[in-house]
Write a protein that binds this ligand. Structure first.
Ligand code: FNR
Length: 420
């Protein structure tokens, strides 16, 4: 790993010397701008948007500014080690790709492209319940690479069990239960565009390919035909036709399709989920279980008591609750409550190497990359995701060295000029 940052930097400058410009900008804001302008309006709104006035999303970023770094000198940082070890796996870089639903909005190859890029970089891919391809296909795209499965706990326990069993069989190495989305947040950008991808049959591949879900549709008495009153609805129907699995497209114009979508809306989440339900999951899988979306220290303590294997401190990139505490500001409290008993991972606002170091200093063993990798995907598919990972890890490597630290795992609060 040593020298990775400088190698990447040199490669980019050499490209520049040859007159080649990077398609995937290294500057985080430019990356976002370029990707959003390359996408359709609905996709840009869905990916960039957050809840309400988007204050949580803004707070996520602003929080990093409150923890300035204080560098050390003459510390011999020629050798750098970015590896991190979790109790059940070793990560060559302290990074994972966050679970992101409906990646087909950014690129046709969606999760497959992102999974290949993650694997080639040695970074675990976290497949979303709302992925654009069935989890088995994504697992194949990962090859021997580490992958975890993110679970939206369905209102049907049989469906939840089926997802977990499929994930285990497909070689996923952990189950990430997302707790902050028992229902969809209020997202004005999507509301004003009148656009929810799932209603167009996007991001529901795991459901359509699931035997339990297929039974649920059969049982459903709901058989309303697709209404086609005007050009807008026709466009929606064509979109549905494109995203529906091949071989089942004739069903699009029958009542079955709407029935499947209604079924999905009715079953995809469970607002009455409670701590006791975790026992159900624990009894059905041997895989490590991580809870994503924990921000309160008391919830963190309860998670440890419930016997889960890890916590992901996250507020879903500000997409769920507006006016909430920045995820980074929640990290020290959760870390104190957990007191090293289980690993803590972090996401929501990570854009640079310095951000990753700050999250580590405040208690995270590793971080998940969210929107930035989707932007890379939108700009250049698999290669674009790989470049985002390479740029972020090069930045991390160089910044860690420049701060006077050679070991990522050893890094603690001493990195920061101020304590929380
Ligand atoms: C998400 N996120 C998410 N989380 C999850 O557990 N399951 C999911 O299906 C999704 N889907 C999803 C779609 C889109 C478009 C975004 C932007 C995010 C949340 C994601 O895992 C992560 O928590 C955030 O992306 C982190 O915030 P930043 O870094 O993207 O701002």
């Amino acid at each position: 790993m040593t020298g990775m940052g400088r190698r990447r930097q040199t490669a980019i400058f050499m490209d520049g010397l040859m007159g080649r410009r990077q398609k995937v900008p290294a500057a985080p804001k430019m990356l976002e701008q370029n990707a959003l302008s390359a996408m359709g309006a609905n996709a840009a709104a869905y990916i960039a948007g957050s809840a309400g006035m988007e204050q949580t999303a803004a707070a996520n970023r602003a929080a990093f500014d409150r923890y300035p770094i204080l560098q050390r000198m003459l510390n011999n940082v020629a050798e750098r080690d970015l590896t991190t070890t979790l109790p059940w796996c070793r990560l060559p870089l302290p990074l994972l790709l966050a679970p992101i639903g409906v990646l087909e909005m950014a690129h046709r190859q969606a999760d497959l492209a992102a999974a290949r890029a993650a694997t080639s970089a040695g970074v675990p891919f976290v497949t979303s319940s709302q992925s654009s391809f069935p989890m088995e296909e994504i697992a194949r795209a990962c090859g021997a690479g580490e992958r975890w499965f993110q679970l939206y706990w369905s209102s049907s326990n049989e469906l939840t069990e089926s997802f977990v069993t499929r994930a285990e069989r497909a070689g996923y190495g952990a189950i990430v239960v997302t707790l902050d989305t028992t229902q969809l947040g209020w997202r004005p950008r999507d509301l004003d565009g009148g656009y929810l991808p799932f209603l167009r049959g996007r991001g529901i591949a795991n459901y359509l390919s699931d035997p339990v879900f297929q039974e649920l549709i059969k049982e459903s008495s709901d058989r309303q035909p697709l209404p086609l009153p005007g050009p807008g609805a026709l466009r929606s129907a064509l979109e549905l036709l494109r995203s529906w699995p091949q071989g089942a497209r004739r069903a699009v114009f029958s009542g079955k399709t709407l029935s499947a979508i209604r079924r999905f809306i009715a079953t995809y989440s469970r607002p009455d989920l409670a701590w006791d339900d975790l026992t159900f999951l624990r009894q059905r899988t041997r895989l490590p279980i991580l809870l994503k979306g924990i921000v309160h220290p008391d919830d963190a303590r309860q998670a440890v008591d419930a016997g889960v294997d890890g916590i992901i401190v996250s507020n879903h990139g500000g997409r769920q609750v507006d006016g909430a505490l920045a995820a980074l500001d929640a990290l020290p409290g959760v870390a104190a409550a957990v007191n090293g008993r289980i690993p803590i991972l972090f996401d929501s606002g990570i854009r640079t190497g310095a951000d990753i170091l700050k999250a580590k200093a405040l208690g995270a063993a590793a971080v998940l990359i969210g929107r930035p990798y989707v932007y890379g995907l939108a700009l250049a598919g698999e290669r674009g995701v790989r470049e985002v990972i390479d740029n972020l890890s090069a930045d991390l490597d160089l910044t860690m060295a420049l701060c006077g630290h050679g070991s990522f795992t050893a890094l603690g609060r001493e990195l920061l000029a101020r304590s929380p």
